[in-house]
Design a protein around this ligand. Structure first.
Ligand code: IPE
Ligand code: IPE
Ligand code: MG
Length: 254
């Protein structure tokens, strides 16, 4: 099965950057009569499997939406358990990340994290900083509106101090003030668990991403599901506002 699906992937036309909204842990657990944290624990297995799968394929950037700014409003016990699980997992995975040449990045409002969690996170970032294989970006305490407001503030400050003039502001300037400034835009965005929405994730960066929705709950999502999403992506025509005919003349499908 694995071999079958993976052989359908055109390795010359892989998305450079895949972003995933890892949704459905809570429902997965509730359906089994367990509490929501049980689902989050199992979700970590999927994270390991998908990071490994992406690295094996040669994907360059993988962004995982792990915790949104809005998720802080969940019941305190769930928030506490989830935060602990996330930071603990990141810390424990550092040796595996290093072994596989994976560099960890974090985007989000880290000031909202408890001081110790922030420090452990920083250590993991430092310990993997020299790796140049898969760039794994965890969106943690992240929301796109938070990021866009940060960008606006940072541009305003640059104008105020005379480093930048308003007439010089371009799309490139704006990009450079985003939390994702070091990464290309995702070409493929996957959301698990059957919800058809973006939930405040990379609103600016997803402008031309292909969106892929699957009913599979995140704890059940494995490499094969990732391959299916990539195959689906590769069968689409990305037009960027042009006509299909123009696109086919520019770059015939290999
Ligand atoms: C995704 O699963 C993980 C986080 C949002 C932190 P959920 O916890 O949202 O699970 P559902 O959507 O309630 O099933
Ligand atoms: C989005 O899932 C955030 C993450 C997966 C981290 P949510 O479960 O929080 O999104 P909504 O509330 O269903 O839109
Ligand atoms: Mg959810």
């Amino acid at each position: 099965m694995d071999q079958g699906l993976i052989s359908q992937i055109n390795l010359q036309r892989l998305p450079r950057h895949i972003a995933i909204i890892m949704d459905g842990n809570g429902r997965w657990a509730e359906e089994k009569g367990k509490d929501r944290l049980y689902g989050h624990y199992h979700g970590v297995e999927s994270v390991r499997n998908i990071v490994e799968g992406a690295a094996e394929l040669g994907i360059q950037f993988l962004t995982l939406y792990a915790f949104s700014t809005e998720n802080w409003d969940r019941p305190p016990l769930e928030v506490e358990g989830l935060m602990h699980l996330l930071v603990e997992t990141i810390r424990k995975e550092v040796p595996t990340l290093n072994k596989n040449n994976i560099r960890l990045h974090v985007i989000g409002d880290l000031e909202l994290l408890p001081a110790q969690a922030r420090q452990e996170m920083q250590e993991a970032l430092d310990l993997t900083a020299a790796n140049n294989g898969l760039q794994l970006i965890m969106a943690l305490s992240y929301s796109s509106r938070w990021e866009l407001v940060q960008a606006a503030k940072s541009i305003a400050a640059a104008v105020q101090t005379g480093k930048l003039s308003t007439s010089e502001i371009t799309q490139e300037t704006f990009r450079e003030h985003l939390a994702t400034r070091a990464f290309p835009d995702p070409e493929l965005m996957i959301r698990t668990s059957g919800e058809y929405r973006i939930s405040n994730f990379l609103l600016y960066q997803l402008a031309y991403a292909e969106l892929y929705f699957t009913p599979t709950r995140w704890p059940d999502f494995r490499k094969n599901n990732l391959y299916e999403a990539i195959i689906d992506f590769q069968n689409r025509e990305r037009r960027f506002g042009k006509t299909g005919q123009q696109i086919q003349q520019e770059a015939p499908i290999v």
